[in-house]
Write a protein that binds this ligand. Sequence first.
Ligand SMILES: Cc1cc2nc3c(=O)[nH]c(=O)nc-3n(C[C@H](O)[C@H](O)[C@H](O)COP(=O)(O)OP(=O)(O)OC[C@H]3O[C@@H](n4cnc5c(N)ncnc54)[C@H](O)[C@@H]3O)c2cc1C
Length: 395
Amino acid sequence: MEVFKNWSGSMSFKPGQIIALESEEQLCELVKKATSEGKKVRVAGAGHSSSPLVHTKDYLLSLKHFRGVEDPDLKTKRATVPAGMTVKEAGKDLYRYGLAMHNTGDVDVQTLAGAIGTGTHGTGKELPNLSAMLYGLRMINGKGEIVEINRENDPETMQALQVSMGSCGIFLKMRLQLEPAYQLYRKEYCVSFKDCMQNFEELKKNRNFDFYWYPRTDLCKIRIMNTDKEKMPHISYGSPELEREGPSHEILPRSRDLKFDEMEYVLPQEKAMECFYEVRKQVKEKWRRTVAWRLLIRTIKKDDALISPMSGRESVTISLHHNAGLRFWDYFKAIEPLFLKYGGRPHWGKKHTLKAGTLKELYPHWDRFQKIRKKFDPESTFLTPYMNELFNFEK
Ligand SMILES: Cc1cc2nc3c(=O)[nH]c(=O)nc-3n(C[C@H](O)[C@H](O)[C@H](O)COP(=O)(O)OP(=O)(O)OC[C@H]3O[C@@H](n4cnc5c(N)ncnc54)[C@H](O)[C@@H]3O)c2cc1C
């Protein structure tokens, strides 16, 4: 049996079968077969989630054969992206048609379906997470039927499907609401912690802004991007580290050579910095010797997806990193209660310890989501034991 491993190597398992089918009909048949056998189906994107969302002992699917942007429309600014495409491939293809995504995460190697499925985000207080681009879907439900749906004909269902971690079905094609292709200017500076905090509100006004805090030196790296070169601020208090310009899909993501594990919580914007100060204090007091990695702080606009971590709240994220291969749980579990104290919601695709009981309290629309999910997957074909821990669904 083939082993499936995530990017950092912290999660591995042996699915019954890893299958990359080539047609929608074959996928529908497989879902029907699994449902009739009482087996589970999960879809894996690029394996960049480190929570066991795709863990299954039955069928693990790859949609790698489903690629190639379709039906670009400059008037509506929409295009269709098949679910096997990575963020990078989609970005390149869309650019050829004069279109672009409003943002990407810090890397672009995820599949777009996987990134949308967990509410993956970049940074920018006016920019929602990537799932907000989802205008419509062609997908397979738990009965093995093709379903087509969009924000105009069924907005509430789209709010449920938008961030649903493959629990409602298999995305085949995503119709995205995009922007005309645009250029970005990027600058990064090393600044003192004090300067970073003093200028935080001003820095947030840039289209994209985030910062790393380095516990060992107490320095910060600020990263700023704007579409208008004239709007790039002059940071007199920092030493410049990088300057780039180009099409958005080339400038937004970075590459990651060193592997790490990560816990990230999404906090309501008004409580986030108080939380960060408390986290910083604890990291300095207890973890500075053993954890060499930085923390990343980002801002994200709220959205209306039922269980998006940014649902209904202007948000700030705080993420902890630790070298892949080292013990990360002691560190993550020590800090996690601070995130919860300030109303944090975990990134669905990163390490966390929450189960349905706690999660339900964090999401006002939890029951609405579960009702829609059940309609899409009445026999729980997409609910593995881990997904059931998240949702606590009694059939
Ligand atoms: C180095 C690195 C950098 C990262 N940077 C960021 C970042 O900047 N911002 C951020 O928010 N996150 C970030 N992440 C997290 C990452 O974006 C998410 O975990 C994302 O979901 C991974 O996408 P994937 O293609 O690997 O999908 P997977 O992790 O394989 O799957 C994610 C979920 O999507 C579902 N899924 C995948 N394909 C389909 C489909 N066709 N139909 C239905 N469901 C599907 C899966 O079942 C699963 O539930 C990062 C992760 C790593 C390792």
